[in-house]
Write a protein that binds this ligand. Structure first.
Ligand code: 2M8
Length: 442
């Protein structure tokens, strides 16, 4: 069914139902069975969708996440519910109970994810002001209440994760990127040699139709080895940097850092926090420049950097479009927009919908059904759409919007989609996919 035959009212109602099913009251699970906890960047996108339905509920989502912020400023990538949901690795396996920076009474993982949160807060505030009245009051007081938390988060990323001030965020686990098993990380992971890893039973493979779509056990052993390495130093930031076998400057994370710092600066202006706003604008400029510095002149795509191997990571993945998220030099962005809409990406002739796959179908690394190795991720298209609207690119925004609405009109709200057949894959009723639909509908 395309969006022409399905009414937007039906799509909206179905998306709202997905958010309702995942709603635990003060947090929304990323998906009903596969991801029964709160994930950091999922929560940000979810709150964008929630703001189209209920501003107070959207605020609650971000407030819950922020309540789990570590004393260092880090916002953890998973906030666990109190229930034993069977998700692996759960709170106990993470070993974060021994971390000095874990706030008392909270249960979280010990790594982070990209900082989309200020962008989400901006959306909530905009919706609240459109509504006026108590929504506006609630969003404005939440901004005042939470600003210091978001500022501490950005400062932590800028200092602890970019100690040399190169304008790129260093990550210590593929999970921090959110692009778990992307070809981006094949090189760094090939050099991770796990020591003794405690025995484990995976649960993720129970919730997908075909286990070959997920990372294999050898990959998972490496993921757990890195967690063990961090736990062995109680997740102390400096000690982790000295211990960990995975240190990569993540260009897409950095692009989000740039964009989000700019947005947070604007929110700081509204509160009269002039000095903080100026500091955030400097961060935005630093990370924009960092992202632009990675662009491979031959391909026009941005690259990650493997710190331990001292080498660039060149892949044909959607992360190469980090400059489009970061914003910046008009010439660079124009070249990137041409590439994005060209035959290796949105314009590839075999695509079911003209949307960017996570890996280009023209790349030998492309796997159309395997998680972060090829499928289309709807929430990423929303992010690219937001950035294109910010930059006045109505045409690109419109193309992403109409193709996304067509894709999502299957009402499955899948975690990811096969770019060639359009088949929904991974978890269904994935909350950030439903949120993306709500935001695209508007
Ligand atoms: C996936 O990651 C988690 C680990 O964090 C997993 O595989 O268990 C990724 O797609 C990540 O980007 C996402 O935030 C998370 C929840 O949707 O699932």
């Amino acid at each position: 069914m395309s969006i022409e035959t399905l009414s937007t009212a039906q799509l909206r109602a179905a998306a709202i139902e997905v958010l309702r099913v995942n709603d635990l009251g003060t947090m929304t699970t990323a998906a009903p069975n596969l991801y029964p906890h709160m994930w950091s960047w999922d929560a940000a996108f979810i709150s964008i969708g929630l703001a189209r339905v209920s501003v107070p509920r959207a605020i609650t989502e971000l407030r819950t996440l922020l309540a789990a912020q570590w004393t260092t400023g880090m916002i953890p990538h998973i906030v666990f519910t109190d229930d034993d949901t069977g998700y692996f690795p759960g709170f106990d396996r993470w070993g974060t109970a021994n971390a000095a920076a874990l706030p008392p009474g909270t249960r979280s993982s010990g790594i982070c994810q990209p900082p989309v949160h200020a962008i989400a807060l901006r959306h909530i505030l905009d919706r609240a002001r459109e509504n006026g009245g108590s929504d506006q009051q609630a969003a404005e007081s939440f901004l005042a209440e939470s600003f210091d938390g978001w500022l501490a988060w950005h400062r932590w990323l800028a200092t602890v994760r970019d100690p040399d001030g190169v304008g790129l965020v260093e990550i210590h686990h593929g999970w921090e990127s959110g692009f778990d098993n992307s070809p981006r990380w094949d090189g760094p992971y090939s050099r991770v040699v796990p020591g003794e890893v405690e025995p484990f039973t995976r649960r993720d493979t129970l919730h997908v139709a075909d286990a070959s779509e997920r990372p294999d056990d050898a990959e998972y052993t490496k993921y757990l080895w890195l967690v063990q390495q961090m736990a062995s130093v109680r997740f102390d930031d400096d000690a982790v940097r000295d211990t960990i076998d995975f240190r990569v400057r993540d260009v897409f994370f950095s692009g989000i850092m740039a964009a989000s710092s700019e947005v947070l600066a604007g929110l700081g202006d509204e509160l009269g926090r002039t000095g903080d706003a100026a500091e955030l604008r400097e961060l935005a400029a630093r990370f924009r420049a960092g992202v632009a510095s990675t662009v491979d002149p031959a391909t026009g795509l941005a690259r990650d950097y493997d710190v331990l191997a001292s080498e660039w990571i060149s892949t044909d993945t959607v992360s190469g479009f980090a400059p489009l998220v970061a914003g910046g030099d008009p010439g660079l962005l124009e070249r990137q927009r041409d590439l994005l809409q060209g035959p290796h990406w949105m314009g590839h002739p075999d695509l079911r919908f003209p949307l960017p796959p996570s890996t280009s179908p023209a790349s030998p690394a492309f796997r159309p059904r395997t998680y972060w190795r090829g499928p289309v991720w709807p929430f990423l298209n929303l992010l690219l759409g937001w950035a294109s609207a910010r930059d006045g690119q109505e045409h690109l925004h419109g193309s992403l919007r109409s193709a996304s609405l067509d894709q999502l009109s299957d009402l499955k709200f899948a975690e990811y989609y096969d770019p060639l057949s359009g088949t929904p894959l991974g978890s269904f009723a994935q909350a950030w996919t439903a949120a993306a639909a709500l935001e695209w509908i508007g």
